[in-house]
Design a protein around this ligand. Structure first.
Ligand code: BTN
Length: 242
């Protein structure tokens, strides 16, 4: 069974992991109407109200060492961004590493989790959350200034099924491109859709804040930042403030 649709679950990530552990093939997809414990990056929560969004997790089995996983995250972001633009006309942009923003507010996030065996990926779960048909009053207070939805931005309801299909189509094409030609073409596509590059940013990392201009991606998928002192720093993980 390659598609599992669930009414309510804690997190589609956990459902997908269970399937992956049971040898589910690459491309297995779990979609939920509602998540009661949706997860974001860095231990944050992902608000996933019933019937209002796309909350889904895709099982992947790339034959790659673990250090390529940041590239997979960026590739997934490109797929979601292209699908959103194509199906809704909303000109969403990418914020490194994996947020989709519209007018500075977040519309979608990606959480990639992977399991390793001898430094190689055993499986990876690409979790995609898209806030599709939420109305302003659906958001809890804490999110009203930082989050938006496709319905709010497009001014009309968006067909979730059509958008899921578009995300999967885009993903399939980009994944094939990535496997054939490596990260180079993906990095170019990502850069063209980015809202971070060329801007002054503060990147909060485990080692402290880095303040500078976001220049480009390097070949591993890290964000290159030039600081005021003209130093170049590669950021492998962190949070960008615009
Ligand atoms: C982030 O922006 O921090 C990532 C958010 C990822 C949310 C999606 S929704 C489907 C999947 N299941 C989860 O619990 N999280 C991801």
């Amino acid at each position: 069974q390659k598609l599992k649709i669930i009414d309510s679950t804690v997190s589609t990530q956990e459902e997908a992991k269970l399937l992956a552990e049971e040898d589910a093939p690459e491309g297995t997809l779990v979609i939920a109407e509602e998540q009661t414990g949706g997860k974001g990056r860095m231990g944050r929560k992902w608000y996933s109200p019933k019937g209002k969004g796309i909350w889904m997790s895709l099982v992947l089995r790339p034959k790659q060492p673990m250090h390529f996983m940041p590239q997979m995250t960026l590739m997934t972001g490109v797929a979601v961004c292209r699908a959103v633009r194509r199906t809704t006309g909303v000109m969403a942009g990418l914020k490194w590493p994996n947020d989709l923003l519209v007018n500075g507010r977040k519309i979608s996030g990606i959480l990639l989790e992977s399991a390793a065996e001898d430094e190689y990926v055993r499986y990876c779960i690409a979790g995609i959350g898209i806030s599709v048909n939420l109305d302003p009053q659906d958001y809890p207070q804490a999110l009203t200034d930082v989050a938006t939805s496709l319905k709010i931005e497009a001014g009309e309801e968006v067909d979730r099924v059509a958008l899921i299909a578009a995300v999967l189509e885009e993903f399939e094409v980009l994944y094939a491109l990535y496997q054939q030609e490596g990260f180079g073409p993906i990095a170019s596509l990502w850069e063209a859709l980015s809202v971070t590059l060329g801007k002054s940013v503060t990147v909060n990392t485990a080692r402290g804040a880095v303040i500078g201009t976001a220049e480009k991606l390097d070949l591993s998928g890290a964000l290159l930042v030039t600081t005021g002192e003209g130093q170049h720093e590669s950021i492998f993980s962190g949070d960008v403030e615009l």
